[in-house]
Design a protein around this ligand. Structure first.
Ligand SMILES: [Mn+2]
Length: 264
């Protein structure tokens, strides 16, 4: 069976700060082409498909009807990431055992993080979020918080913010039980081969389909042959900004220029 693993689309509603970076229809076309060329039997969505930190699932579903309809029709497997962990549906991980007994394990990878992946971390996380929710009722705190989230989400910071060794370490632990591991989360495509008890193991990271890029891993589950798919697209699409939550005003300054005032 040929599988295609993709992750980290961060589908939003085409508002400011969204990082998907694709026209939804164009992405669907590319996905179909990748599936046809590689004779894909099963699509696996490896987490952070939806940007639920910022939007409601119904808003995202309305924005990406055709794409999500296609994925549903193809019975794509949906694994949850940290940005879509609050959904009722979805798996925490997915494991395929082939006819030779070899094990292919797929999970998003956020469990390697302290705040997402440990009991204490999650407890602290919940406490902080509750505190934050209360504090964000104060306008200035809310503004500062949104600015921090925006800074933290900036795509060029993502590979730096995730320490590769931490994930590699986590991957090596999982590879004691499995032969192939595919993770996402770091937005950085990686391929590592290693040996455990004299058998060759593989850790692959499927990168990210955001910022107008298409990253994916194609794997034949019987032979464990794999291929990385990397389509870099210049972001030339025209995106209609639906400013749902803000009004923008242009004010003329004293030097003939304009000052942009954004009101939340
Ligand atoms: Mn993630």
């Amino acid at each position: 069976m040929n599988i295609l693993v993709i992750s980290d689309l961060h589908l939003g509603v085409y508002a400011r700060g969204d990082i998907f970076g694709w026209d939804s229809g164009k992405f669907l076309e590319t996905l179909k082409e990748v599936c046809d060329t590689n004779k894909i039997d099963k699509i696996i969505l490896n987490g952070d498909i939806f940007e639920l930190y910022k939007y409601r699932i119904s808003e995202i579903e309305d924005t990406h009807k055709a794409l999500l309809g296609f994925l549903r029709e193809k019975k794509a497997v949906f694994i949850k990431g940290n940005h879509d962990i609050i959904l009722d549906k979805g798996l925490s991980s997915y494991t395929i055992i082939n006819s030779k007994g070899e094990s292919i394990h797929i999970e998003h990878g956020h469990n390697a993080d302290f705040l997402n992946g440990t009991k204490l971390g999650r407890f602290i996380g919940v406490l902080l979020m509750t505190l934050l929710k209360t504090m964000c009722k104060i306008d200035i705190v809310n503004r500062i918080y949104l600015a921090i989230v925006k800074f933290d989400d900036e795509i060029e910071r993502i590979p730096r913010k995730y320490n590769s060794y931490k994930y590699l370490n986590y991957a090596l632990k999982l590879l004691k039980k499995h032969d192939v591991l595919i993770m996402g989360h770091t937005h950085k495509m990686e391929v590592h081969k290693t040996w455990h008890f004299n058998s060759k193991k593989k850790y692959l990271n499927c990168g990210s389909c955001s910022m107008g890029r298409f990253h994916g891993i194609v794997l034949d589950t019987e032979t464990l042959w794999y291929e990385t798919v990397k389509i870099e697209q210049n972001i030339l699409f025209e995106m209609e900004e639906k400013r749902l939550f803000e009004k923008k005003e242009l004010i003329k300054d004293n030097h003939g220029g304009y000052v942009e005032v954004v009101q939340q």
